[in-house]
Design a protein. Sequence first.
Length: 237
Amino acid sequence: DKDLSRTYVNQCVSKLKRAFKWAASEELIDVAAWHALTTVGGLEAGRTQARETPKRHGVSWDQVGPVIEAAGPIIKVMIELQWLTGARSGSIVEMKPEQFDRTVDPWIWRPRHKNEFRGQDLLLPIGPRAQELLFELLFRPGASYVFSPREARRNPRYGEKYSSLTYRQAVERAQERAGVSPGWTPHQLRHARATLVREQFGLEAAQAMLGHASLEATQIYASSRFELAKRIASEIG
């Protein structure tokens, strides 16, 4: 009735299942309630009246460049850095100086990422263009956030870090000022980097550069792929 998309409905169902699983683990509810919920499947494509959302693809530099020019100094760096590295938005907003090894070239960044709780490591090489963007921003306490709305706005009322949502909203405001339409999301910068690397270096290179857990579920820390990722960062990052 609310015209929610199929993927959003499935996300809500998944969150509810996790909430009930936690409640059962804390003995706040009967475990049978959670077991019953696990039998509820998600809405399947083509088998529901729920609205389908269009797939998002990479964004072109023609759409990114004007937005960078219209963005504030902090958001400008965040956009350009995501364009160069293909990092997830969550990793960008959680960036801290202590995550970087600058004793090697290219630099090595160990970002926060969505599979961290599984014990999976992630190493992203940072090439010369990205290093130039970050150089002065990393001269701060190691545990502090590199990108801070409080610092950007010069106002103590703002938080010490962006969330993926507030970062996206800042990008949307910059798009409005730049007159860019249709708009794009920060995650499309990751798609764009994947496409660019795949076209120049191949599929395996794209997976290595972005740290995808695909092709036999290997990760970027596998030595052969990591060497490839470093070479790519040195050439185009």
